[in-house]
Design a protein around this ligand. Structure first.
Ligand SMILES: [Zn+2]
Length: 406
């Protein structure tokens, strides 16, 4: 087994620790050692890590990997009406994820269940890409948010049947549309959609199968429906208040705030081609959302970093903006890194294999130029990405170099 050693790094271990002048030693079986005093350790490849920061491989907590970030998300999803078209976009976007430091993504909805098939193609070595935690199609009510890449269910029995069907197809999680959303035409954003009973049926089936659930939920009633039903991860969670935060803490619910999704819509506005109904809905939500995020973080809610990539101007190769926004709203740099590494690994049930830099874990590593504690822009300067000990991406003097798939 060929070993790689990288020396003279700044190392963030994903547990909140930071160490200078550190080395990391690994091979394709996993991390062998990390820390100081390793410069004599035998390795076939030795890399000078001076000026670089190494963290556990970043996880995108919320993406739609087949969608590109065009001004009208719903229109793109409806235009790409063949499985081949969706798969082609997903394959290309997989490379964009790698070059922005992502070793893993949680896909929150693709047509034709493409994210499940993408995961299998990547795992089989047919395509290069990040580890994919796939929901396939979303579960929504008839005409509900995301119906254009969803399975429409009405009543607890239909919800249960669709949940079982997605589990049969190989979903790693079930994505629930609990309320209306910004990107869908013809509905209010914060109103409840799937009922408590429907959500509960989906959660039960997911938990019986040993997988987790994530719910698009905005607005008090919809979020409360999810929390009462035992949903594992609240997505967006716009207008979180003290009661909801307390319940999330009590139940250990994860929170993926997707701050940039709202931000881009408001920043770019109608002039950029974003449909007026989208801009209007997002404007109403933004202020309370940013306050709710800060309150939840300060209270100790477990935050997962995710951008909702695929929404307007929210590209697959930009994880850094979400990190910077989270920091601007009060989160420490160390906690930003934890929210993109250890916390998602815990939420996805893979924390025994990944999420931190420790011996025995997968050698999933993201290396950036500079130290984000001194310069947040360092998050944008991705230098190398290792997945399972393999160098899958490197930036060679500004040129993107990907591991060939042969
Ligand atoms: Zn989404």
């Amino acid at each position: 087994m060929m070993r790689t050693r990288i020396d003279d790094l700044i190392l963030y271990d994903g547990k909140g620790g930071r160490l200078e002048s550190a080395s990391v030693l690994f091979d394709e079986n996993g991390i062998v050692a990390a820390g100081r005093g390793l410069k004599d350790a035998q390795a076939e490849t030795v890399i000078d890590g001076k000026g670089l920061t190494c963290t556990p491989g970043w996880v995108q907590g919320h993406t739609h990997i087949a969608v590109d970030g065009l001004p009208n998300m719903q229109a793109q999803v409806m235009r790409d009406d063949t499985e081949a078209a969706v798969m082609a976009s997903a394959a290309r976007n997989s490379l964009r994820c790698l070059k922005s430091g992502l070793v893993a993504v949680r896909d929150m909805g693709t047509n034709f269940d493409v994210s499940i098939k993408l995961r299998d193609a990547i795992n089989a070595g047919k395509l290069l890409g990040p580890r994919v935690y796939a929901s396939g199609r979303v579960l929504c009510m008839t005409g509900g948010h995301g119906y254009y890449f969803g399975i429409e269910v009405d009543g607890a029995d239909e919800a249960r049947k669709a949940a079982r069907a997605q589990i049969k197809r190989g979903a790693d999680l079930l994505k629930i549309m609990a309320t209306g959303g910004g990107q869908s035409k013809g509905m209010k954003a914060g109103v409840p959609q799937l009922s408590y009973e429907e959500i509960r049926a989906i959660v039960e089936e997911a938990h019986h199968a040993g997988i987790h659930t994530a719910a698009h939920a905005q607005g008090k009633e919809g979020v409360m429906n999810c929390l009462r039903a035992g949903v594992d991860s609240i997505e967006h969670g716009v207008t979180l208040d003290d009661e909801q935060i307390e319940l999330m803490l009590k139940q250990g619910t994860y929170f993926c705030p997707t701050l940039m999704a709202l931000w881009y819509v408001i920043e770019k506005g109608e002039a950029s081609g974003i449909p007026p109904y989208v801009v209007e809905k997002c404007k109403i939500q933004a202020i309370t959302h940013f306050d709710g995020f800060t309150a939840a973080y300060k209270a100790g809610v477990k935050v997962i970093a995710g951008t909702d990539a695929g929404t307007p101007f929210n590209y697959q190769d930009d994880m850094a903006s979400e990190f910077i926004k989270m920091h601007e709203l009060g989160m420490s740099v160390k906690d930003v890194i934890v929210s993109a590494t250890r916390t998602p690994a815990e939420a996805f049930g893979v924390a025994d294999r990944t999420g931190t830099i420790e011996p025995g874990k997968w050698a999933d590593l993201t290396l950036i130029e500079g130290d984000p504690e001194a310069d947040l822009e360092a998050f944008r300067r991705v230098k190398m990405v290792f997945k399972g000990g393999q160098l899958v991406y490197s930036n060679e003097n500004g040129k993107d170099v990907f591991l060939p798939v042969l």
